[in-house]
Design a protein around this ligand. Structure first.
Ligand SMILES: [Zn+2]
Ligand SMILES: [Zn+2]
Length: 176
């Protein structure tokens, strides 16, 4: 995910490079390396290099219903500006703009996509991930994962005090 852009920095404004991304990286920074595939387009602007692209990968998440970890496919569409920190011809230091939300190209003219990808991957994680559309979740009474095994709780008469509690727990789950 590290691209040397020294040539592109020397080219006129509007020059474009396309790169295929096909790497196994720990995109979300959570210790799980995943294949990242896609394409990025780098455009030389008057002040920076604009990176636009789409990549597909997976992130490790926890099912909001049954609490099992699983791999969730995500597509990241990104568009970010990368500012050079040194002049590619003279080697002089450059000042980067005084505004938030940009990245820098290091002194060796390496444009590193990792941090941007990490940020986009975090945003792409669904709020309530489900391991599968019809995940059965956990039994509110015995806590068993109902995707793996059935329990007898529902067929047994329930103590009315527990029923109230279960209702409360389920209501809370619904509002999370
Ligand atoms: Zn689940
Ligand atoms: Zn049960």
């Amino acid at each position: 995910m590290r691209l040397n852009v020294s040539q592109l920095l020397k080219e006129p404004i509007g020059s474009v490079r396309h790169y295929q991304v096909n790497e196994v990286v720990d995109v979300a920074g959570d210790g799980n390396s995943r294949l990242v595939q896609g394409e990025v387009r780098l455009t030389r602007t008057d002040r920076s290099i604009l990176v636009e692209g789409t990549v597909h990968t997976e992130v490790e998440v926890t099912c909001s219903r049954c609490l099992s970890p699983f791999s969730c496919p995500v597509t990241l569409h990104f568009k970010e500006e990368y500012f050079p920190t040194v002049d590619v011809v003279t080697g002089a230091s450059l000042t980067v703009p005084d505004e938030p939300g940009w990245f820098t190209i290091d002194e060796q003219h390496i444009l590193d996509l990792s941090e941007a990808m990490r940020q986009y991957a975090l945003i792409a994680i669904p709020m309530k991930p489900l391991c599968r559309e019809d995940c059965a979740g956990l039994c509110p009474q015995c806590g068993r994962n109902l995707n793996q095994e059935q329990c007898d709780c529902l067929s047994q008469p329930v103590d009315p005090r527990w029923l109230e509690l279960t209702k409360l727990v389920n209501e809370q789950k619904g509002t999370e």
